[in-house]
Design a protein around this ligand. Structure first.
Ligand SMILES: [Zn+2]
Length: 447
């Protein structure tokens, strides 16, 4: 019997034999859980048609001879089912189901006429029209411009915290679109791997839903979403030419302020600055406290950053008679500049010294530590960048973990809601606050 072509497959069929290339493979987890949900494939045949194929989770352990991505196989004995998922990965009325009886025989002939990829690529300008009645998930291609690494946000309709990672993609016309990855996809997004590649980073993001957030079309990852870096597709060369300019590095954005939930704040004891100075660390070793205060100044005798271990962030030591630096735990390492900022805070009665490091410092200063160092004309250990100085006089709500020796480490910082109320009551104004420059650019891109 002649092999079956993908376009001829109908639901509820037995397929004796077919030939296809594995265009992609992914292993999703069930929505909102930590449970794996089978092994998924997109297959494409020589006529360029694609189909979604699944090894169910219960078959997954017993199907030992699995297919590899990019290769062509003769596939024997599988079933088709109705492709009745609420959101379809591929626009086909059927999907395939493989089990232990299915046989995969790799086709060795590398000159096979089957395309390498099967994407449902949409132009950014087509997204708005497809938003209503979206059934088939879409794929987009572009140049990665910025990444906001994974952070926890409170998702109101789920009433819980969820991981989120945001990516901005630009097309040839330099229009951009934001892609939001959630949950497992956000946690597994490897920012370091992206940073280690030389720009431009061109990529396809697959199986996205079109949503609208603050009157802007955005794309939302699903559990079928994959990022495929630099696929060999026809648009590639044109994109490489356009995005090989000096400014086309991927920018790693600082995570915005975490809004502490009412629930979290209820558990925190609120302290005045005076009380902070008198905390017995033994009584608060696992109980962070809160304090609302103004930033008075920074002390620079200790510098505002140090050379840390890229793995554990501990301070690296210079090796004897060598330029190399080493970590107590991880031996020789390339130093990673890390924040350690001594900040003096004050309220009406007293002042106290806090230490701001890591993510809390990135939030406060809106940049990562290496970014701030790069921006400095003459980086000295003592000179404070303006991004740090600009926070002087601002009121914040600090979440503080007291440590031994009386050190007060900042766990998180949020703009103090009470101070906002106070300011606007005292100084009513009609001025529109400055919008971040990226926002302006985005708006002009849509005209
Ligand atoms: Zn280390």
């Amino acid at each position: 019997m002649a092999p079956t072509f993908i376009r001829d497959i109908e639901p509820f069929q037995f397929i004796e034999e077919m030939r296809a290339r594995v265009a992609r493979i992914w292993r999703p987890k069930k929505f909102d859980t930590d449970i794996y949900d089978g092994l998924h494939y997109v297959l494409i045949d020589e006529r360029g048609d694609a189909i979604h194929a699944i090894i169910d989770e219960s078959h997954y352990p017993v199907v030992t001879n699995k297919m590899e991505e990019g290769r062509v196989y003769d596939i024997f004995r599988c079933h088709s089912r109705e492709n009745d998922f609420p959101f379809k990965v591929i626009d086909h009325e059927a999907h395939l189901s493989f089990n232990r009886m299915t046989e995969f025989k790799q086709v060795q002939d590398s000159s096979s006429p089957i395309p390498r990829y099967a994407f449902n690529l949409l132009e950014f300008s087509e997204l708005a029209d497809k938003k209503e009645d979206q059934i088939v998930l879409i794929d987009v291609y572009g140049c990665l411009k910025s990444i906001m690494p994974e952070s926890q946000v409170f998702v109101r309709n789920k009433e819980k915290m969820e991981s989120k990672c945001e990516i901005t993609l630009e097309n040839l016309r330099r229009e951009d679109v934001r892609i939001t990855l959630w949950g497992d996809n956000a946690r597994q997004f490897d920012v370091q791997a992206v940073q280690n590649r030389s720009p431009p980073i061109l990529a396809v993001f697959t199986s996205l839903r079109i949503t609208e957030f603050q009157q802007r079309i955005t794309l939302s990852g699903t559990n079928h979403t994959c990022m495929i870096v630099d696929p060999q597709i026809p648009q590639r060369q044109e994109y490489r030419n356009e995005f090989s300019k000096p400014g086309d590095k991927v920018k790693i954005l600082a995570i915005p302020f975490k809004q502490a939930t009412q629930e979290e704040l209820k558990d925190r004891q609120k302290k005045t600055v005076s009380e902070l100075n008198m905390l017995n660390p033994r009584l608060y070793s696992s109980k962070p406290v809160c304090c609302s205060a103004k930033i008075a100044r920074f002390s620079t005798h200790n510098s505002w950053w140090y050379n840390g271990c890229p793995i554990c962030r501990k301070q690296l030591r210079q090796k004897q008679n060598s330029n190399e630096m080493s970590c107590i735990k991880h031996e020789t390492q390339q130093p990673l500049p890390c924040y350690r900022v001594y900040v003096t805070i004050e309220d009406r009665e007293n002042e106290a010294i806090l230490i701001v490091m890591g993510e809390a410092a990135e939030q406060l200063f809106g940049n990562t530590c290496p970014e701030l160092l790069n921006k400095q004309q003459e980086p000295t250990r003592q000179a404070l960048p303006k991004e740090i100085e600009n926070t002087i006089g601002q009121q914040y709500l600090f979440e503080i973990q007291p440590k031994s020796h009386g050190e007060l480490i900042v766990k998180s910082i949020s703009p103090d809601p009470q101070s906002f109320v106070a300011v606007s009551e005292q100084h009513p104004t009609t001025a529109t606050p400055d919008r971040p420059s990226t926002e302006k650019k985005k708006n002009s891109g849509n005209k």
